[in-house]
Design a protein around this ligand. Structure first.
Ligand code: ZN
Ligand code: ZN
Length: 368
């Protein structure tokens, strides 16, 4: 899944603290309900999506009638299939119409409107499924996938998107575990079904390509192929996840539940251990330069800490927090330090010096 964190799209802080929610029955799908320029759906227009996201947030923050704390949605999906973090995981939405409905379901909005761009793209439908899975895996969302108009008087999410919801909210190729009445994703399996991008290549559930086959073959060659009944490759299956998890456990990683260290989704370190090399093109330019150790002083604020927090959230090292959940921000707190230390301890190249203070290597590995 292509997640764009709040820090990455330049979110403003919440106006009020956001209410924690432990779990929901599911997710409601929304559209913007206003004009959205058709050009936003152009294949080359993704550069405009972060700005579009900031506009949505600004309009919600300026809405004096609703007095929103923040953008109302938990996530927003652009026509290019990117999932923009809104209120995020374990946060009560403000978008479903009333308090009862806001407690019942999370809210995911597609960047389509009631005029202009009205038809969701295939990438966007894939992204919506990614967003639903993200909320299931990380936010304890239940199986329900409904439209905003279910149980509330509104046109939202518009006819094209609502037809897709009613048809089962499947991926465009007809597969995927989605469905209004349940699916394997939130059944008993508890297998990690999110994706990561390493050096520009995507790994994890439903990722596809020769690089996925190469991982499977390497797993088999190392003796970690017992879960394959077909394959390996070219599409990443649950068997790949289970085999990779076995490999991670053999490296000493702990925790096989989704988003724990041995959940079967590769990280750069485990992947390099398996293959002896990291395929793809190093995305060095996407990692911001290390700001220097002086940016990380306990109890002091620095913009680099927000960037650091984005990496911790993306990689799931957010166990230590005050209040309901770990929220990115400029303050280098004791919790920041403990979360960084967890990341360092889980990363063999850093584990020898896991003091919770980021050096250049921690910075690069966390943000790459
Ligand atoms: Zn709506
Ligand atoms: Zn986009």
């Amino acid at each position: 899944m292509k997640l764009v964190t709040r820090a990455q799209w330049g979110a403003k802080p919440s106006k009020y603290s956001l209410a924690y929610i432990a779990s929901t029955q599911g997710v409601k799908i929304h559209y913007e309900g206003s004009y959205v320029a058709k050009s936003l759906g152009d294949s080359g227009a993704h550069g405009s999506c972060a700005g579009h996201m900031r506009d949505i947030q600004a309009s919600h923050l300026a809405n004096t009638k609703e007095d929103y704390s923040d953008i109302a949605y938990n996530a927003v999906v652009c026509p290019h299939g990117f999932v923009f973090e809104g209120r995020g995981l374990h946060r009560k939405t403000g978008a479903n119409g009333n308090q009862t409905l806001n407690v019942k379901d999370y809210a995911v909005c597609a960047m389509v409107g009631n005029s202009g761009l009205v038809q969701p793209t295939e990438a966007q439908l894939d992204g919506l499924v990614d967003a639903v899975q993200w909320l299931r895996n990380g936010g304890a969302a239940g199986n329900e996938v409904l439209g905003h108009r279910d149980g509330y008087a509104t046109q939202c999410p518009g006819d094209p998107l609502y037809a897709w919801v009613k048809a089962g909210a499947h991926r465009p190729d007809g597969t995927g575990p989605q469905g209004g009445t349940g699916g394997e994703a939130s059944g008993g399996t508890a297998l990690a079904r999110y994706q990561v991008t390493i050096n520009g290549l995507v790994y994890g559930y439903r990722a596809s390509g020769a690089h996925v086959t190469a991982v499977g073959k390497a797993l088999v060659a190392r003796g970690f192929g017992r879960h394959y009944s077909v394959g390996p490759g070219p599409e990443w299956s649950d068997a790949d996840t289970e085999n990779f998890s076995d490999f991670q456990v053999s490296l000493g990683y702990k925790g096989t539940a989704p988003h724990q260290d041995a959940d079967g989704v590769p990280g750069p370190v485990s992947l390099q251990q398996l293959l002896g090399t990291l395929p793809g093109k190093p995305a060095t330019s996407s990692v911001p330069p290390f700001p220097g150790r002086s940016a990380f002083v306990l109890g002091k604020s620095n913009p680099a800490v927000t960037v650091l927090d984005g990496g911790l959230v993306r990689r799931g090292f957010t166990k230590h927090h005050a209040g309901a959940a770990y929220t990115p921000g400029p303050l280098f707190s004791q919790n920041t330090l403990l979360n960084v230390r967890d990341f360092q301890r889980a990363t063999p190249a850093l584990a020898g010096d896991a003091d919770g203070y980021p050096g250049p290597l921690t910075w690069r590995l966390l943000l790459s």
